[in-house]
Design a protein around this ligand. Sequence first.
Ligand code: BES
Ligand code: MN
Ligand code: MN
Length: 465
Amino acid sequence: MSEKLDSVLETLKQDQEASQERLFEIIRIPSISTDPAYDGACNQAAEWCANTLTEIGFEASVRPTTGKPMVVGHYRSSNGSSGPNVLFYGHYDVQPADPLDEWDTPPFEPQLKDHPDYGSVITGRGASDDKGQFMTFLEACRAWHSASGELPVSVTVLIEGEEESGSPSIAPFFEANREELTKDFALVCDTGQWDADTPAITTMLRGLCSSEVVITGPSRDLHSGMYGGAAHNPIRVLARLLGDLHDDDGAVQIPGFYDDVHQLSTEQREQWNALAFDTERFLGQVGLETLAGETGHGTLEQVWSRPTAEINGIIGGYTGPGTKTVIPSKASAKLTFRIVPDQDPDKVVAGFKEFVMSRLPDDCTAEFLGERGSAAVGFDVSGPAFQAAAAALEDEWGKQPVFMGCGGSIPIVESFKSQLCMDSLLVGFALDDNQVHSPNEKYNLTSYQKGARSWARILEKLGSM
Ligand code: BES
Ligand code: MN
Ligand code: MN
């Protein structure tokens, strides 16, 4: 190990308590991007990020958009001309904390708690997704800056505040700041590890698109005694439509849905099989026993490389106490589709609309709201940056990283590729049971500390590329 890295790692160790307090500070800001009531908090979180970057040697600013502000910071290293120039990405926004009464302690009052398996865990909304994660990188930069006077490579940091709302401002922001943001590749800390002892590099992300369908039947809510039997009930129409979405083998029935979907290659299947994924444990953690997806596809394949049609919410009719004999005028459902490489989000949403329209009975109408989409992405990991990161992760964890897929989506990663022609190196330290987006979200203290050490090592390796 180089002397410099040695002192950087020592600095991280000496600074652990203050580092934890910095993470607590940003978790305390309730930067929920999907709810306008928290716009002020989003601005405050952006300011906090820009101030933090300035404190550790970046030239940083908060950049307004038509939505939530972006934070951009630049650090020019004297090594900048020889090593790669990288863009680091994270997001300061978080998901809503609901349902609030299921939290053991308040979501925006972070705490350190004992955990039977993990020692200490940091709790709070965003502890893992993505505040704890992007802070691992900033803490690594802070330690390099203070221990060695500079970073081993030139780094631009972009921290976004709309990831959890589908990143609507990204396209115009990239368009307007193309040169400033285009680097050799992106580093992204918003994914997970294989398990608590095994690091990972994520090589693919599913895409996501959504649609909300509103079915209208009668022009107003009706007395079901007067019209029941004679009038269409839009809830029944909707339920039938949604029921038809999948066949008995779990396959999506929208015509053309699988047209652009590739079969898993033998090589990929073998690599994933060799990981010996424990399906029983995976399902057991959430109270399930039986795999429910498409028959004939393994668990990892189902979540990493098969597309889905998911019903996320249904709204309609009377849901208050007691009974109300009503035939509602409207019923609606919110759907999202996880999509895989080469599927076109617009085509998937169009296919869903057609599927609905072709099944709509006379006298019923359908309206579609709020669709948007981002495509899936995958990376060839044989390049030098991936290999440098793999070596650094092995140094820290004593184990080679697993190259894994990811069922989740990070829309900006696709935009890095399609708009800025940048690949992304996805390294994160979250664990499956961090309860991201759920009550009692947490991040292991060791994930936070070893995450920062991992980035410190990755930066060094990138500097000698
Ligand atoms: N960090 C997650 C993506 C993720 C999910 C990574 C699961 C690893 C495992 C990200 O913040 C997220 O939640 N993305 C949303 C995107 C959506 C709101 C546009 C998702 O995947 O649902
Ligand atoms: Mn995230
Ligand atoms: Mn998220």
